[in-house]
Every structure is written in structure tokens, then in C-alpha cells.
Design a protein around this ligand. Structure first.
Ligand code: FAD
Length: 365
């Protein structure tokens, strides 16, 4: 039994782009931080997952970081230019944002488990047991890296790492690195690592390069497709992965250096490396899986109704509402898993959840 208990009306779990946007809108709708809503975050400092990303991820190598509602990112940059590190600039922006709008975040407060008791959600963290009538979950994907299973994975004597583990290319010097994946992270890390050591690049499907600037229509269609999936209760696909890779000068340079030679997916992992279906083998010291992330939702297992294959049926204006448990909203999930999507989802979730929780509930609890 926890000594500290705290009762509120709405709990926002996660203080990245999605959680901060939701909190901003709750406040704008007249709710007070503390008695009306709280924000909990596992990390000890502001910045969402951005604070944990590698140093070489700069404002020129990210797609685009959209402003949170009510404050410009650009204006918070102490140094301008494309080479500004995302892992310091975004956390600085979020810190100023929390201060400007008085969004005090309880941190570090990792939500271990949420369960229902006497018609309230009980939100268990190491020190405090919170309880609330509704939840806006904004826990992102960073804590849930995805690595597909391949036979022999347990035999491999080298290192198996994920995008999440990448710090610097220098770490790989002198090692042969098998880079898996066809997304933006795979290409960017392949570029950097191939400048200091030898690599083999393996992807399930050939990567999709697009000429010219990003097409808004393609982005819109990608989001619509993911939204349709989650409304049907299917698991979402990554929005960011559907937009294609820009045929950038970096990629053209990689082609010239011969590092963009792509091999199809292997069939198994061996003690020393990988093996394709035709028996060909490739030795390697590291397998670097750039195979994406899935939503971090395990703390909600007891309260989140699931469909087949871990799908969650979503409803509401921007599909942020859990259809079978409308007191829970998921923001930064499925169609809103981008900085712009997270902004919009935060607004929709705040409004809809407030409407859902009846006036009587809100006044008496
Ligand atoms: P996060 O930023 O991950 O925030 C989640 C928060 O929840 C964290 O602060 C975490 O500490 C907290 N949390 C997690 N679990 C718990 C728990 N159990 N209890 C309490 N707190 C918890 N999108 C774009 O739009 N543009 C880009 O340029 C772009 N670049 C990207 C580059 C990389 C390398 C990656 C991996 C993603 C990128 N994305 C980009 C996707 C983008 O990061 C997200 O869409 C957006 O920033 C996610 O915001 P979020 O609030 O959903 O999650």
C-alpha cells in the first residue's frame, strides 16, 4: 500500500509533444493543474524521447519538428542553423514551454500499471498512487523498440543493437556492421557507420526513394490510411515510414561510395553472422536493427480492450478515443504519431474527454 495517494480528474501520461499538447488544451479549457489534471513522465527532465536521441541527429536531418500550440520552436533556439542538435534543442524548447504555460510535470514518475478500482483509474508509480476519471495516454514509442524474430538469433556471438542504442558511429570502428531496415534511421545510420567501417545493408523491401520535396498529399494519404486501420481495430503502421525517403545529396553520395548496395532479408542468424536462403553467409560483429518501434502501452494492459493481434479499436474525431473504453484517449498513437499529428490529437482528446466525463463527475470527484 502506497503512503502517498493523489486524486485528480484527468491523468496525462507522458510529457512529449503529444502529452504537452493535450495538457495545453486542458488548461485552455479551464482545467487547473493538480485538482483537475496531472501530467506524469518517466524521464527526469523535459524533452520527451528527443532527449535520448543521438548527437548527430540535427535539425537538418530530422523530417520537421512542428511547433507545439502557442509557442514557436524557432524562437527558442539559442543558435540558429541546420546543425543544431535535436537532443538538446527540443528539450530546451519543451522546458520553456512547460514554464510558459505553467504545465508542472511530476517527474520522474514511471507509470507501472493502470487498473480500475471503484470506477476510477488507479495509476501506480513508484512513490505515489494516483487516481483519475479519465486518461490521456501519450507515452510514445521510444520505450518499445521492435526487433523481428529470426531463427538463430540466440546463437549470434556478436552484438545485436537497435536504433535506440545508437550513440556514435565511432563505436563501430573496426567492426563489420549488418544494418537492417529501409527507413530514414536505417539510411542515416548506415551513412554514418559506413564512413568509419565496413557494412552490409539488408532490407525486407527495396527502399522507396522520392524525387523532389515532400508531397503533402502523400503525407495526408499515409495518415488517412493509418487512421482507417485503427478505426477498424487493426494495429497501426508507422506514419513516418509511409512517406518515402528523400533522394537527398547524402543518399547520392552514399550511392557513389557504393554503400547503398542492398541485400534482401536473410533467412537465419548464425553464430558468426547471417545466412540467406541460398546458403550464402555474411559474417558480422554487429547486427543493427533499424526495424522501428511500437507504441509503449504495456502499463495499460489491464484497462485497454484489445482486438486481434494487439490492435486497439479507435473512434472519435481524430481517432484518439478508445472505442470500447472512451475514458481513455491515446495521443501520439497511430495516425497521430508525428509531431504535427500529436499536436492535433492533444486538442481533440482534451475536448472529447472533457465532454465524455459528465459535468456531475467532474464536479463531485
Ligand atoms: P515521446 O516524445 O516519446 O514522449 C513520450 C513521453 O512519455 C516520454 O517523455 C517518456 O518519458 C514518457 N513515458 C513513456 N512511458 C511512460 C510511462 N510508463 N510512465 C510515464 N511516462 C512515460 N516526427 C516528426 O514529426 N518529425 C520528425 O522529424 C521526426 N523525427 C524522428 C526521428 C527519430 C529518430 C524518431 C525515432 C522519431 C521521429 N519522429 C519525428 C517521430 C516523433 O518523435 C514523434 O511522432 C513525436 O515526437 C512523438 O511524440 P510523443 O509525445 O508521442 O512521444
Amino acid at each position: 500500500i502506497k503512503n502517498i495517494r493523489y486524486k485528480t480528474k484527468i491523468a496525462v501520461i507522458g510529457a512529449g509533444q503529444a502529452g504537452l499538447s493535450a495538457a495545453y488544451h486542458l488548461k485552455k479549457l479551464g482545467l487547473k493543474i493538480g485538482p483537475d489534471f496531472i501530467i506524469l513522465d518517466e524521464a527526469s527532465a523535459p524533452g520527451g524521447a528527443w532527449q535520448f536521441r543521438w548527437d548527430s541527429l540535427t535539425l537538418s536531418t530530422v523530417n520537421k519538428i512542428h511547433d507545439l500550440p502557442g509557442m514557436s520552436f524557432e524562437e527558442t533556439l539559442s543558435t540558429k542553423g541546420a546543425e543544431v542538435q535535436a537532443n538538446t534543442a527540443v528539450p530546451h524548447y519543451f522546458k520553456l514551454y512547460e514554464e510558459k504555460f505553467g504545465l508542472q510535470v511530476y517527474r520522474p514518475a514511471k507509470v507501472e500499471k493502470v487498473y480500475m478500482y471503484q470506477d476510477r483509474f488507479h495509476i501506480d508509480t513508484a512513490k505515489t498512487l494516483f487516481s483519475a476519471l479519465g486518461i490521456i495516454n501519450a507515452t510514445g514509442t521510444w520505450e518499445n523498440p521492435y526487433i523481428p524474430t529470426y531463427p538463430g538469433a540466440e546463437l549470434f556471438q556478436g552484438e545485436q543493437l537497435h536504433t535506440k542504442d545508437f550513440k556514435t558511429a565511432e563505436y563501430f570502428r573496426g567492426k563489420h556492421v549488418i544494418v537492417v531496415g529501409a527507413g530514414i534511421s536505417a539510411i542515416q545510420l548506415l551513412d554514418q557507420i559506413s564512413k568509419v567501417t565496413t557494412t552490409t545493408w539488408v532490407t525486407r523491401r527495396p527502399p522507396l526513394f522520392r524525387e523532389g520535396p515532400f508531397d503533402d498529399m502523400a503525407g495526408h494519404n499515409a495518415v488517412a490510411m493509418v487512421e482507417e486501420r485503427v478505426r477498424l481495430g487493426l494495429s497501426p503502421l508507422s506514419v513516418v515510414s509511409v512517406t518515402g525517403l528523400p533522394y537527398s545529396t547524402e543518399i547520392q553520395e552514399m550511392e557513389k561510395r557504393g554503400v547503398l548496395q542492398r541485400f534482401p532479408m536473410f533467412q537465419e542468424i548464425t553464430e558468426k553472422g547471417i545466412k540467406w536462403a541460398d546458403g550464402t553467409e555474411q559474417k558480422g560483429d554487429v547486427i543493427l536493427w533499424n526495424t522501428g518501434f511500437k507504441s509503449s502501452l504495456s502499463h495499460l494492459d489491464a484497462v485497454l480492450p484489445k482486438e486481434k493481434q494487439d490492435g486497439i479499436q479507435m473512434a472519435g474525431r481524430l481517432a484518439t478515443m478508445v472505442a470500447k473504453e472512451p475514458r481513455i484517449h491515446l495521443v501520439g498513437y497511430g495516425p497521430s504519431a508525428s509531431t504535427i499529428g500529436a499536436n492535433r490529437a492533444g486538442s481533440a482528446a482534451a475536448r472529447e474527454l472533457l465532454k465524455m466525463l459528465s459535468a456531475a463527475d467532474l464536479n463531485t470527484n
